[in-house]
Design a protein around this ligand. Structure first.
Ligand SMILES: *Cc1c(COP(=O)(O)O)cnc(C)c1O
Length: 207
């Protein structure tokens, strides 16, 4: 689907992150040239290369599993890290942000699925970080979740993270609930998502 068509089908306040992993610069530029600036990647190495090669005003979103020893490579330029799935990772991001004299915006990734491949914090761990961590070189601006591959489970998973988001957002000044991909973005939007991460629907299947 063309990205403009997708944007026309959903409410205006929803940010679409075009997930460009494994896609070429040419394919990315086609989307960029529709005046789209938000792109998501899940591998640090690929992200660094694309950040070097592609226009400077792209807002890069890190959406994949992030190893602590690789934070330093993306800290200078990353726009938003969605996949903060441990407190140790959060501390490393803070350290690297400080070195780069910037504040890095992050989302806390909550594990809403029992799939083994999915990582994330529990609701309790998330609450604990929010209550106790004094944010200096990072800003926690919301939450991220990934539904189960078994889509029958997604509705309950989305309701759960949405409830947590709704009850926390004023107190913690959240801006984003990053929830929903090509197969489940409509359901996510029904459950208060305002940031969807869409890859294959925009770019076609990945190899
Ligand atoms: C790949 C990926 C997406 C996009 O998946 P599609 O089904 O291609 O839309 C979204 N979120 C994360 C974390 C991903 O790794």
């Amino acid at each position: 689907m063309k990205i403009d068509k997708l944007k026309n089908q959903i409410p205006k306040n929803i940010t679409v992150v075009a997930v460009s992993k494994r896609k070429s610069n040419k394919e990315i530029l086609e989307v960029y040239n529709t005046n789209h600036k938000d792109f998501g990647e899940n591998r640090v190495q690929e992200l660094i290369v694309k950040n070097n090669d592609l226009p400077n005003d792209i807002r890069w979103h890190m959406i994949g599993k992030l190893q602590r020893n690789k934070v330093k490579f993306i800290a200078p330029f990353i726009h938003l890290i969605h996949s903060v799935d441990s407190y140790k990772l959060l501390l490393e991001i803070e350290k690297q942000a400080k070195k780069n004299q910037r504040v890095i915006n992050i989302l806390l990734q909550i594990k809403i699925s029992n799939d083994e491949s999915k990582s994330g914090l529990s609701f309790d761990e998330t609450q604990n970080i929010l209550n106790n961590h004094e944010q200096i070189n990072i800003k926690i601006i919301g939450l991220m979740g990934m539904g189960s591959l078994d889509m029958n489970k997604n509705e309950n998973e989305f309701i759960e993270i949405s409830n947590f988001y709704q009850k926390s957002k004023d107190r913690f000044n959240f801006k984003y609930l990053s929830l929903g991909m090509s197969g489940d973005y409509n359901l996510a939007i029904e459950n208060n998502s305002n940031m969807i991460r869409v890859g294959s629907l925009i770019f076609g299947e990945r190899n």
